[in-house]
Design a protein around this ligand. Structure first.
Ligand SMILES: [Zn+2]
Length: 314
């Protein structure tokens, strides 16, 4: 219902954002083994599992945006644009590239490294094992396609923030996205001194203007037909399961965009006594104390935790 409400503008934001007082958050002191045992039990007994996943999960899975993975692969970009700005792939994505040739020179490499080249990573395939025999739905702010690669049903995934594999009109003049895999490979082969040749710069087929990555980073993000269908399927899934025993399994969702997964998940637990929340988060595994046993906050190595949960659920 949440996304339908957002689309129709009916949401009461004050209510939505303020439903959990900050003072209610606690780091649980339970032993790790107990938390994993209880998590597995909740999942085994659940009618359905809703998986909510943010950037922290892909970092834990191995797609690190900084460190050696960045400095090794983007050395010429760091040299050209300066290490003060080029600190990691997140910062590099926001660099004000001086031309379309420079912009696509960077983004084609970023997309190949984070979306097209990596295989399905173990954290995601193990996560799939955990839910594959259950009713499930995935809500994610990640744009790296890992859920699709790991075998999750595409009809049960709602990736709200876009896809590194797609491009759109920069001014969103029409609500369509375009598959860019082939184009990015061509750019990658032709790139020289961090720039792609002008003839490979994509132009909007409708207005003739510049194109952009299909990522929610400004008000011009295109929510295409597939996006709306996924939003509706998610809303329907929530509606169909609203009175059932539901486990909300949240991985690596921080406070960058908490209104998409983190806060709505907490709101659902607050409003439904048959819901429980499993929160895996390296630094921010705080959970509302008032949820009591219905919340489990696991702050240790996420990849290990998923392996351990899988071992008990299967
Ligand atoms: Zn256009």
């Amino acid at each position: 219902m949440i996304f339908k409400k957002i689309r129709k503008g009916h949401i009461n934001w004050q209510d939505f954002l303020c439903s959990i007082p900050a003072r209610d958050y606690v780091f649980q002191k339970d032993a790790y083994e107990d938390q994993i045992d209880r998590t597995a039990e909740y999942i085994r007994n659940a009618d359905c599992v809703i998986i909510g996943v943010g950037a922290g999960a892909s970092t834990a899975a191995g797609i690190q945006y900084g460190g050696k993975r960045f400095t090794d692969n983007f050395a010429e970009f760091i040299k050209k644009y300066g290490e003060h700005y080029m600190t990691d792939m997140y910062a590099a994505g926001f660099y004000p590239y001086p031309s379309e040739e420079a912009k696509w020179g960077y983004w084609s490499k970023h997309a190949l490294m984070n979306r097209f080249d990596p295989p399905a990573l173990p954290l995601y395939t193990e996560l799939y094992d955990i839910v594959k025999n259950k009713e499930y739905f995935v809500l994610t702010t990640n744009v790296d396609h890992q859920f699709y690669k790991a075998g999750f049903d595409g009809k049960r995934i709602f990736a709200t923030q876009g896809d590194y594999g797609k491009i759109q009109c920069q001014k969103a003049c029409h609500p369509k996205t375009y598959d860019a895999e082939e184009l990015f490979h061509k750019m990658d082969e032709a790139r020289k001194d961090c720039l792609i040749p002008s003839e490979l710069v994509p132009k909007c087929p409708v207005c003739g203007g510049n194109m952009a990555m299909n990522l929610r980073c400004d008000n011009y993000f295109v929510e295409d037909e597939a996006w709306h269908e996924a939003a509706d399927r998610y809303a329907d899934f929530l509606e169909q399961n609203k009175d059932k025993k539901v486990v909300l399994l949240e991985l690596g969702v921080g406070f960058n965009t908490p209104i998409i997964i983190r806060f709505p998940f907490e709101k659902m637990v607050r409003e439904n006594s048959s819901y429980s929340l499993i929160r895996l988060n390296m630094d921010e595994a705080v959970v509302p104390e008032s949820f009591g046993k219905r919340a489990i906050g696991i702050g240790s190595d996420m990849a290990k935790a998923i392996t351990d949960i899988r071992g008990l659920v299967l």
